[in-house]
Write a protein that binds this ligand. Sequence first.
Ligand code: MSP
Length: 530
Amino acid sequence: MHHSSAFALTTPLYYVNDLPHIGSAYTTIAADAMARFQRLQGRPTLFITGTDEHGQKIERTAEKLDRSPLDHCDQVVQGFQSLWTLLNIQYDRFSRTTDPRHEAIVREFYQRVEAKGDIYLGQQQGWYCVACEEFKEERELLPEKRCPIHSNQAVEWRDERNYFFRLSGYQERLEKFYADHPDFIQPPSRRNEVLSFVSRGLQDFSISRLNVRWGFPVPSDPSQTLYVWFDALLGYVTALLEPDAKPTLENALKSWWPIQLHLIGKDILRFHAVYWPAMLMSADLPLPSRIFSHGFLTKDGQKMGKSLGNTLDPVELTGKYGADAVRYYFLKEIEFGRDGDFNETRFVQVLNADLANDLGNLLNRTLSMAKKYCQLQVPTLDVAAIAPEHPLKTLGDPLSDRVRLAYENLAFSEVCHIILELVQTGNRYLDQSAPWTRYKEGNTAAVAEILYTVLESVRLAAYWLSPLVPALSTNIYKQLGYSVDFGNSLKLQATVVLESHDRWGTLKSNQALVEPTPIFRALELPNTEH
Ligand code: MSP
């Protein structure tokens, strides 16, 4: 296997003001695909997701619903966890910022930063968006003082004494860090956005609130509550604690720190790429290796929102089409890092074309022929004797290196394109080489080579698609005569069943195949009346 170093990755810790939306599902699907890819490589992996439960937004939501804040959080957390199960998300840690161990971590961290002299009392004035939990510059606001992200919400004026974090003191160190680590913020468009933001000059930001009760008290002054973002980012650290370890920074940072990858959406880039590194520098801790920011999803070309009445419910979508379909669509159809669109007709077309037709039919046809011509067994032949210029071998041999690189770059769409190229070449090759004619001619050696090379290409495709569509890949493997459960990626990691499966030519002659059944049933086009 290829790696031994630890790989910890995170999704954002989601706000629990509401049930998960398609945006949170999108980040989580991508993170799960990346975690599964790392585990498939045999790399020790820790996939962290969770919830961000404090602050004014949650406090107000619970109040409106007439629930205690914690009751409210508990209920919404269940909604998140059941969606993740439905979507086949296999996380290792679910970090809740209301976990009592988290308070100990936050306290210790705060004290370190305070001892550094980076916290002071000052006067905070400005326009605050509760939905963003962020102060806005006057010039960014829409008419009637509405938030540019939450255009149905008016910002609120704040003028209070708060504790501040001395961000301005980290300008030079941050700039040096970005220059020394050109891959720290990805994609490059986001890196440029951060560089330009930082070059305009960094201002200290307030890390406490006077009139919010739902959160941790400021350790040195319990009359104030810690700002939700200060506490939330540290949720990534708390998540690293072993289940029964004493909650100290030392214990938390022992085995998985620094985190290799923070996956986020572009709206929370500044917090992760500027505030968070500065906080860590202040506490004398190493910084994460990479922050990757994906784009925003629209529906039928329009911004999604409750007020617009065009939200896309991930539970409903997954219930209707299944986890593999939803995972595949978002990762294949949208170049990760760019904005992308959901359109149901397009959704059905993509899945039918790629999974039902290109991949599904190829396997089905070939298995049917293997049944007719080879007693439902992998044909007998000397794999090493297949000519290097055989079209499928030519593509198959270097495929794993290309796919691995694309995965490392989070280029999921490219992963799919590389794999589909092999599958489509397999279809053309099968048509052109006409094994049915070779069979009639009595050329069993040609039949064996044709069927073998196609089946082996489908196998390699299934192997590398498994981080994206684990159930589908498991099904393909089953029909090829293996018992491998790609669904259970945690267990997969612990076994050696898949040794060398990243090599074209792994399928064994005479292995018993299974009666073909469709791996992906063609979906019906949606009723487009509305
Ligand atoms: N609680 C903070 C994160 C704290 S991390 C220490 C938060 N939570 S959130 O629930 O509001 O957002 C979660 C993620 O959903 C963000 O990465 C955000 O970019 C993403 N999305 C929200 N709407 C989205 C779309 N329409 N499309 C794609 N992703 C979007 O922010």
